[in-house]
Design a binder for this molecule. Structure first.
Ligand SMILES: NC(=O)c1ccc[n+]([C@@H]2O[C@H](COP(=O)([O-])OP(=O)(O)OC[C@H]3O[C@@H](n4cnc5c(N)ncnc54)[C@H](O)[C@@H]3O)[C@@H](O)[C@H]2O)c1
Ligand SMILES: [Zn+2]
Length: 462
């Protein structure tokens, strides 16, 4: 098992006290391609069970099911499939129940690990089903998106959305093993690759100068060539591997002392202060990577304004992210949003701002707690002027969620949400938009009833 819990009972003057600790033991394996018959490691795990139960994302199954079938049949291991629909609107109890029904129908044996294959969405929902099934079941993850590989599958958080509220239900549940195979990026749409790259930029800006420098040098090519997995781009595999492995290593080292996220000064919260609200504010939600990049770019402007970063450092940041096609500003990113989002995020940070800003050089950062509303507004003005002057007309590429992210066609999503099918403007519906977004992001409590009448109205920050 990936975790084991032991405790002892002590007598106290008034009763008893139970005191114990949970032992965690979970592994990461770099194996590529993981479903190549020459790599027996995964198959060997399933040999004792004489079968494998697979929960997989529908799109991923469309591309890889045959390969996976071949792999297990080579080792004479029968497969039972549960193919689930991806998309944020399917990150719900119905999908959870489908997975539980599958485990029941197949008679999952205690300790038998379910194999979960897909992006962060599937590994989150299936991981939560495993956390709950018979109070705790084993699973093994094979992430297939860049977000999955360097973020979702590095953490032990699993969960799903409740009505309009993002990741409201969940657990900390470590898988037994995670297989990291970046060759899946070959088939991942470029918009998703760009999206995941924002998280690597986040980690490197604040915690790893070497990864930062490699991204400055190769970032654009890496995104355009699936981190070296497109044909003819093999020369990128070396730097890509260094970025991937160091990125995961840094992420693990930063987060493992704080697996339950009780410590609130979190380096990996860079880019995640205003973005949870921003991500949800436009009619069609922004992709997570674009929202966090606007937040990071604004934080760079703040750091530069305070003299913590030089002109050259600020320019290096903006040049990298624009070469990749990430957003650096948005019409919804206005004074209202900054103030509401600041109040909202403070509620999740014990009343403090804890704004992460790189300091002195990339790879290092500090936490700010003394930024007044006036300074936030002034910084916004400077930010918008700088963007307008240096990058006139620039817009992030494929900045909004698509059918793959949502789980349904964007126009029918809009039609249900707003009563009209046209994707006219991306601007917020009205002044309430910002507040509703902050609520859905989980940053401020719900005031009144949460309904799911606006189907699919969620797609928020991780
Ligand atoms: N647990 C955590 O700590 C954590 C961290 C970050 C994100 N998340 C969660 O992860 C989810 C987002 O995950 P994601 O960004 O991986 O998106 P995703 O799982 O929704 O996948 C994005 C799209 O890519 C497709 N896809 C996946 N792999 C593919 C491949 N190899 N080739 C072609 N298409 C492929 C999917 O079908 C989907 O359409 C969110 O729900 C977020 O809350 C969780
Ligand atoms: Zn994130």
């Amino acid at each position: 098992m990936a975790s084991d819990l032991t405790a002892e009972v002590q007598q106290t003057p008034t009763g008893m006290r139970v005191i114990g600790a949970e032992k965690l033991d979970y592994r990461f394996h770099y194996v590529s391609p993981v479903f190549d018959v020459s790599h027996a490691k995964l198959a060997e795990t399933y040999k004792p069970w004489k079968r494998v139960l697979i929960v997989i994302d529908q799109n991923v199954a469309g591309i890889y099911k045959e390969t996976i079938d071949k792999y297990f049949s080579h080792y004479s291991i029968p497969v039972a499939w549960k193919i689930i629909k991806g998309g944020e609107i399917n990150k719900n109890m119905d999908t959870f129940n489908e997975i539980v029904d599958f485990m029941d129908a197949e008679g999952l044996i205690r300790k038998e690990p379910v194999l979960v294959v897909g992006g962060g969405l599937v590994t989150d929902v299936a991981g939560y089903a495993c956390a709950s099934y018979r109070r705790s079941s084993n699973f093994i993850r094979v992430p297939t998106t860049l977000i999955g590989l360097i973020d979702a599958s590095v953490s032990i958080k699993v969960g799903l959305n409740h009505k309009k509220l993002k990741n409201r239900l969940g657990a900390y549940h470590a898988p037994q093993d995670t297989y990291l195979d970046f060759s899946f990026l070959k088939t991942l749409p470029i918009g998703q690759v760009r999206n995941g790259t924002a998280e690597l930029i986040k980690i490197s800006t604040c915690a790893d100068k070497r990864v930062w420098d490699l991204l400055v040098k190769h970032g654009k090519d890496l995104v355009e060539n699936a981190y070296g997995h497109k044909e003819g781009a093999e020369h990128l595999l070396g730097p890509a591997e260094e970025i991937e492995k160091r990125g995961i290593d840094v992420m693990l080292k930063l987060e493992t002392p704080n697996l339950h996220e009780l410590g609130l000064d979190r380096v990996i919260a860079f880019g995640h202060s205003w973005s949870p609200t921003l991500e949800l504010t436009p009619k069609v939600p922004l992709r997570h990577g674009h929202a966090i990049n606007i937040d990071m770019a604004y934080s760079i402007t703040l750091g530069h304004k305070r003299g913590m970063l030089s002109d050259a450092q600020r320019d290096e940041y903006f040049n990298l992210v624009t070469s990749i096609g990430l957003s650096i500003d948005h019409e919804c990113f206005d004074e209202d949003l900054i103030i509401v989002a600041t109040q909202a995020i403070k509620k999740t940070r014990d009343g403090k701002q804890r704004f992460v800003v790189p300091e002195g050089e990339f790879g290092k950062c500090t936490f700010l707690n003394d930024v007044s509303d006036e300074e936030l507004k002034e910084t916004l003005k400077i930010h918008k002027e700088f963007v307008k002057k240096q990058y006139p007309g620039y817009e992030g590429k494929e900045a909004y969620v698509d059918a793959g992210d949502l789980g349904e066609d964007v126009n029918s999503y809009l039609a249900q949400k707003n009563g009209n099918g046209a994707a006219e403007s991306q601007k917020k519906v009205n002044g309430q938009g910002v507040k509703q977004a902050a609520i859905a992001a989980g940053a401020i409590p719900v005031n009144g009833k949460v309904t799911d009448s606006e189907s699919g109205a969620i797609k928020v920050a991780a």
